[in-house]
Design a protein around this ligand. Structure first.
Ligand SMILES: *[C@@H]1O[C@H](CO)[C@@H](O)[C@H](O)[C@H]1NC(C)=O
Ligand SMILES: *[C@@H]1O[C@H](CO)[C@@H](O)[C@H](O)[C@H]1NC(C)=O
Ligand SMILES: *[C@@H]1O[C@H](CO)[C@@H](O)[C@H](O)[C@H]1NC(C)=O
Ligand SMILES: *[C@@H]1O[C@H](CO)[C@@H](O)[C@H](O)[C@H]1NC(C)=O
Ligand SMILES: *[C@@H]1O[C@H](CO)[C@@H](O)[C@H](O)[C@H]1NC(C)=O
Ligand SMILES: *[C@@H]1O[C@H](CO)[C@@H](O)[C@H](O)[C@H]1NC(C)=O
Ligand SMILES: *[C@@H]1O[C@H](CO)[C@@H](O)[C@H](O)[C@H]1NC(C)=O
Ligand SMILES: *[C@@H]1O[C@H](CO)[C@@H](O)[C@H](O)[C@H]1NC(C)=O
Ligand SMILES: *[C@@H]1O[C@H](CO)[C@@H](O)[C@H](O)[C@H]1NC(C)=O
Ligand SMILES: *[C@@H]1O[C@H](CO)[C@@H](O)[C@H](O)[C@H]1NC(C)=O
Ligand SMILES: *[C@@H]1O[C@H](CO)[C@@H](O)[C@H](O)[C@H]1NC(C)=O
Ligand SMILES: *[C@@H]1O[C@H](CO)[C@@H](O)[C@H](O)[C@H]1NC(C)=O
Length: 837
């Protein structure tokens, strides 16, 4: 008895131990019974392996298998050979519903067999409904409604709904959806296949949808979205991102609460190649009297719609050879009507010409959160995120946007002179029109493109308030600036940024330019009265620009060369006309010691010329020390001309002009007279001694000489050629000054605009009103005769850097040296960047 007891105990213990060892492994037997006649097949098969692991098998009657299929009326008992079968296997439950041969089981769809009776594997329940072509099938989703996802997206909880339909025998993907969206109903014809994927850990035991029969919908499908509050939905055409089936029709219906507004925007679309009919979208918009509203896919789509609306995508008959792809991904945004949407602004551009005003989103970093749409509406329904108003008509605009600081305005206007005989009498005021300033959106840029005929006219800008150049030393603190730049294609030239409150009275620019008023702060509205420029057309001149500066004693004036950080363009020349009141003197200071410039070809130099006496000093800017601060008692010119610099060694100069009262009391005069007399003889002697040395870099009044770069952008009319020699090297030329005529070399352009060989030509003195002639070319009155010293070879008599070489003409060359006798030296083997015009 005791032995028996003992044996039983041991056996029990063993069973218990076995059980203990058995259970944690989870190698329990499962039983699946599929009811007879249910049309259900359960398949357990390997899934997409997550981690490489030990192989796992399905064990049926001790036989390992990798796949198991249980049909209607069958019952199978099985277990797994591993403890985590969810990493290896998935279960697919397919139910075929045939509505063709018998009555269709409509209504709530149950999960069958119940998920609790299935092993904890990823499950996919598939319902495959086949129906007659004339029967509409409707899938209704109770909450949660569905949210469509694009290719490559996944659902946060792993539950996905894949819905497809059928056209004849071809499957058409309607879309993949997550829970938590707006899609409430999907109507299809001919059949539907719905696959509900539930991850193994998800305890959902309901399908969440029902099927109903409807009359024929006469199209591929209808998708209904219901919004209960603000939100957005992204939806896609069938088969997206692949092509929409040929010549099909798909409709989306939207149910929008009455107090909200909906806007549609197309995120992505493509058109196929249509042979017959046109691809289009049609809207039924409540309140519209012209329904359906037909749009092309590339049109702006309607916005600010109140009430329920629907949208249909209609395909076409495609070209069989090259069908192309019709696809569409769009967003519907539903939000409260914004306060501004009730307000209409009239922008009257009917009297404007060549002007466009764009209201567009300010480029900002997109946050991850839901951002409300910000639309500009032209009329009640034509809303877009980016609207361009053109001149010649009146525009009624409103905003569907809760934060108008997310938008800004950019505008452009072109003023061009067509006839050089007529324009010089005209001037235009550059002012931002009041209709644009009244808008509740910040103006960012208003640009005027000022165009003049080539080589016959230049432009003068006169500001309503004198301007200050923005420099590091004296930064603009106004809410707006004028950005002045060249508008010649291929010429990358920026004259600078200027704001009111300085000493610049006028800016003259040689050729086509743009002036942009750019605002920096919302208080531009308060400073708006300080804007205003007048542009007039003036006779053509040689420099890129001329600045007229009238400083006052209150502050120092800082001026810098154009293109500051990138360096003055090759061979460009710029002048400053600096006025000095009669009882004051100006101190001109350069803010660095050396230019750091290295010329590849040509010469860079600076001329400082007193306007009254025309005495001038010429400084080479090539690796030379810049002049020390100098005092000027009379108005003077500063002219800076660049060579063709070695890259990285550009020319950029910054200088300062400050005024102070002249120190002219009596004792100073007496001392000056006495001391002056005493030193006169000595000085004369000294001057005689020094003059040779000094001439090297600085030439006073006496011999009138200058060094000028023929500007590449300058084309004079073809003139008789002075020098008709041929040269093969690219040395610079050395000329001396002759007669009253300035000798220039120019690249000539022939009548059809192509470059001829460069040639040396005669520059005609400026013929405008006297006193309007900056020193580039400097005044010609006191000029000594100019003689060509060398034209062909570098003269051994005039080595570079010798004191006799102050006259250098440089000529960039583009043409090749093939055309015989009109050739002149090719200075620039390396053509300057701006040459290509
Ligand atoms: C189960 O589904 C999840 C996503 O829902 C997937 O990541 C995983 O790979 C699936 N498991 C198997 C074995 O396929
Ligand atoms: C559904 O939306 C609610 C609230 O917006 C959120 O808490 C929940 O995580 C969402 N569920 C899914 C599956 O996206
Ligand atoms: C689903 O599970 C809930 C509890 O989680 C239960 O109340 C409900 O009856 C189940 N429904 C079905 C159809 O099994
Ligand atoms: C739905 O099906 C039932 C019977 O199957 C039929 O009587 C009814 O007319 C159908 N409804 C529609 C809208 O087709
Ligand atoms: C689809 O349209 C986009 C622009 O919307 C374009 O970049 C793309 O090349 C087009 N794709 C095809 C296949 O035509
Ligand atoms: C679209 O809306 C209009 C008006 O509400 C309605 O007459 C039409 O039947 C709708 N079309 C579809 C396909 O829902
Ligand atoms: C819109 O108007 C309401 C009252 O009319 C006001 O409380 C709200 O601040 C306004 N919102 C904006 C963005 O102006
Ligand atoms: C918008 O305009 C309508 C009439 O045009 C008016 O009834 C409504 O009160 C206005 N709403 C606001 C917020 O101004
Ligand atoms: C707005 O449209 C204009 C003209 O079509 C375009 O130049 C501009 O880049 C657009 N702006 C944005 C932010 O898309
Ligand atoms: C300036 O613009 C006008 C008009 O577009 C053009 O005819 C002219 O050639 C341009 N000038 C230059 C230097 O490009
Ligand atoms: C801007 O600078 C000027 C002097 O340069 C000064 O008088 C003025 O007060 C400044 N304005 C502001 C708003 O800082
Ligand atoms: C130089 O500036 C002064 C003062 O503004 C002006 O009177 C004179 O006409 C200017 N000269 C030229 C050539 O523009």
């Amino acid at each position: 008895m005791a032995r028996l007891n003992c044996g039983v105990t041991i056996a029990l213990l063993g069973v218990l131990l076995l059980g203990a060892a058995f259970l944690p492994l989870g190698v329990e037997a499962s039983e699946i019974a599929v009811p007879r006649g249910s049309g259900i097949t359960v398949v357990i098969k390997p899934g997409t392996p997550t981690l490489p692991a030990k192989p796992c098998y399905i064990i049926i009657s001790r036989k390992p298998m990798t796949m198991l299929s249980i049909k209607s009326g069958e019952t199978t008992v099985f277990s797994f050979s591993c403890q985590n079968p969810e990493n290896h296997f998935v279960v697919e439950i397919q139910k075929n519903v045939d509505c063709m041969s018998g009555p269709c089981p409509f209504g709530e769809v149950r999960l069958q067999p119940s998920p609790s009776g299935l092993p904890a594997l990823n499950r996919t329940f598939i319902w495959d409904v086949t129906a007659h072509k004339s029967i509409g099938l409707e899938l209704q989703f109770s909450k949660p409604r569905l949210r469509q996802i694009g290719p490559g997206e996944s659902c946060p909880d792993g539950v996905t709904h894949s819905i497809s339909g059928r056209i004849d025998a071809t499957e058409v993907r309607i879309g993949t959806f997550c829970s938590n969206g707006t899609v409430s109903r999907i109507k299809m014809q001919e059949g539907v296949r719905m696959a509900l994927h539930l991850p193994w850990f998800h305890h959902r035991n309901i399908s969440g949808f029902s099927i109903a029969n409807r009359s024929s919908i006469k199209r591929l499908c209808i998708i209904e979205s219901v919004f209960e509050g603000e939100g957005s939905a992204t939806l896609m055409s069938a088969n997206y991102p692949d092509g929409f089936p040929e010549d099909e029709l798909m409709t989306w219906q939207f149910v929008i609460p009455a107090h909200l507004r909906a806007s549609v925007s197309f995120l992505n679309f493509n058109n196929s190649n249509c042979e017959k009919k046109e691809e289009r979208v049609e809207y039924y918009i409540p309140g519209s009297t012209t329904n359906p509203e037909v749009f092309s896919l590339k049109d702006k789509q309607p916005g600010n719609m109140a009430g329920n609306f629907n949208l249909s995508l209609q395909g076409c008959d495609q070209d069989a050879q090259n069908p192309g792809v019709l696809r569409l991904q769009f967003q519907v945004l539903v939000q409260h009507p914004q306060n501004e949407s009730n307000k209409t602004y009239l922008v009257d551009l009917s009297n404007e010409r060549a002007m466009s005003v764009t209201i567009e989103p300010r480029p900002i970093k997109l946050s991850q959160n839901f951002v409300r749409g910000c639309f500009v509406c032209l009329g009640p329904w034509s809303c877009s995120t980016n609207v361009t108003l053109t001149s010649g008509s009146k525009h009624k605009i409103s905003f569907l946007c809760d934060d108008l600081t997310r938008l800004w305005i950019n505008a452009e206007k072109t003023i061009s002179c067509m006839d050089h005989r007529y324009c010089p009498r005209k001037s235009y005021s550059l002012q931002v029109p009041g209709d644009i300033l009244q808008l509740p959106v910040q103006l960012h840029d208003f640009s005027w493109k000022l165009l003049v005929p080539k080589d016959s006219l230049s432009l003068a800008l006169v500001p309503a308030q004198k301007l200050q150049q923005h420099t590091h030393e004296r930064a603009c603190n106004t809410s707006f600036s004028y950005l002045v730049a060249s508008a010649v294609p291929g010429q990358d030239l920026y004259f600078g940024s200027f704001c009111p409150g300085g000493s610049i009275k006028q800016i003259q620019v040689k050729q086509n330019m743009s002036v942009t008023i750019r605002t920096f702060a919302p208080n531009f509205q308060q400073e708006v009265s300080r804007q205003g420029l007048t542009v007039s057309f003036i006779p053509h001149f040689k420099e890129e620009s001329v600045f007229t500066v009238t400083p006052d004693m209150k502050s120092k004036v800082y001026l810098r060369t154009p293109n500051w950080d990138r360096g003055l363009p090759s061979l460009a020349s710029v002048s400053w006309n600096i006025s000095v009141p009669s009882d004051q003197e100006a101190c001109l200071t350069f803010l660095k010691e050396r230019t750091g410039l290295v010329c590849q070809t040509g010469r860079a130099f600076m001329i400082i010329q007193e306007q009254r006496t025309r005495a001038e000093e010429i400084f080479s800017l090539e690796e030379e020390v810049l002049p020390k601060p100098s005092f000027h008692r009379h108005s003077f010119w500063v002219n800076i001309s660049n060579c063709s610099p070695v890259s990285g060694k550009q020319l950029d100069l910054l200088f300062r002009v400050s005024l102070s009262p002249r120190t002219t009391d009596l004792t100073v005069i007496i001392i000056a007279v006495v001391v002056g007399g005493a030193f006169l003889l000595f000085a004369l002697g000294l001057i005689i001694c020094l003059v040779k040395r000094k001439r090297k870099k600085e030439i006073n009044k006496g011999p009138a000489i200058g060094i000028y770069n023929g500007n590449v952008n300058t084309q004079l009319p073809m003139q008789p050629k002075k020098f008709q020699k041929r040269r093969k090297d690219n040395d610079s030329h050395v000329y001396a000054v002759i007669d009253d005529t300035m000798v220039y070399g120019h690249l000539l352009q022939d009548s059809n605009g192509s470059f001829l060989q460069p040639e040396v030509d005669t520059y005609r003195p400026f013929q405008g009103p006297t006193g309007d002639c900056p020193p580039s070319p400097p005044p010609i009155f006191s000029r000594a005769p100019t003689a060509k010293l060398t034209a062909d070879e570098p003269s051994p008599d005039f080595p570079p850097e010798s004191e006799s070489e102050p006259y250098t003409f440089s000529h960039p060359n583009k043409g090749n040296v093939s055309n015989g006798n009109t050739d002149i030296p090719l200075l620039d083997a390396h053509k300057p960047a701006e040459l290509g015009e």
